[in-house]
Write a protein that binds this ligand. Structure first.
Ligand code: COA
Length: 261
């Protein structure tokens, strides 16, 4: 498939989706969202990759958020119609798809850009990156799950500050509050991203997805329901055969090959 707003590269079974509109700071337009969705669906159904990195083209931005020219045209009717579904479906798909996802945040990561990054399994940032939800400054609020996911990741108090003041924070501040998992020199960012992917590639795909889904369920439900979900996901790991290989490898003092199952 050919794309004009993104590029997709696969190397060593690591797929990299790059948002490629650097002159407009990789602003998320409808065509860009559609292309992202189609690339993600293709990666999920094919067996070409084990994990996905999302990043932005150029040194300046991961994404400066929703395309403000499109925002200008949005109406109450368009917002309440199915036309608007993709804005919430894309992050949800990213969050729950079969493959783990990593946002490599190379610069400004604002509005819908941060909302996409928040839906990834993990996030790392260049030390020059700035992250924020500035929608309030345009007279709107985040519309792709940002108010909900940000509060889950960094807590109500800090999310309230970022959403109501609309001021971006530095990569280092984002790391301190757990919004990103690590900060690197910009030149080292993609290599650091690949290292995380190599670690994921050494895990079993079923236990990796189960681990992510168990954690993902936790903020939404009470502890008993959460533990019940964990128990079923644990059983799924047993059924997958990954436990057999993991435990045998430990007892035989060798490295497990959890991917071959
Ligand atoms: N939507 C559409 N176009 C955008 C955009 C967006 N979200 N963000 C940046 N652009 C465009 C600018 O209009 C400008 O276009 P021009 O060259 O035709 O004038 C171009 O991208 C470069 O932007 P500029 O502001 O000159 O770059 P910068 O490096 O000085 O600043 C930002 C980068 C990200 C800080 C700044 O562009 C910005 O604040 N963008 C809006 C962020 C935002 O409010 N996002 C939430 C949207 S709901």
């Amino acid at each position: 498939m050919t794309y004009s707003k993104i590029s997709v590269d696969i190397e060593d079974r690591i797929a990299t989706i790059t948002l490629t509109d650097p002159e407009r700071r990789n602003a998320m337009s409808l065509p860009m969202r559609e292309e992202c969705m189609s690339a993600l669906r293709e990666l999920e159904t094919s067996d070409d990759a084990d994990c996905i990195i999302l990043t932005g083209d150029g040194p300046k931005a991961f994404s400066a958020g929703a395309d403000i020219n499109e925002l200008k045209e949005r109406t109450v009717t368009s917002e309440l119609s199915s036309q608007a579904n993709l804005r919430r479906e894309l992050p949800r798909f990213l969050e729950t798809m079969r493959l783990p996802t990593l946002a490599c945040i190379n610069g400004h990561c604002l509005g819908a850009g941060l909302e996409i990054a928040l839906a990834c399994t993990l996030r790392i940032a260049a030390n020059t990156a700035r992250l924020g939800l500035p929608e309030i400054n345009l007279g709107v609020i985040p519309g792709s799950g940002g108010t909900q996911r940000l509060a889950r990741v960094i807590g109500l108090g800090r999310a309230m500050q970022m959403v109501t003041l609309g001021e971006p924070i530095s990569a280092q501040e984002a790391f301190t509050m757990g919004l990103v998992n690590a900060v690197h020199e910009g030149t080292d960012l993609m290599e650091a991203g690949r290292e995380i992917c190599w670690k994921w590639q050494a895990k079993g795909p079923v236990s990796l997805m189960a681990a992510r889904d168990a954690v993902l369920a936790s903020p939404d439900i009470d502890i008993s329901a959460g533990i019940e979900i964990e128990r079923k996901l644990f059983a799924l790991c047993l059924a997958s055969g990954e436990r057999d290989e993991g435990v045998s490898a430990f007892l035989e003092k060798r490295k497990p090959d959890l991917r071959k199952i």
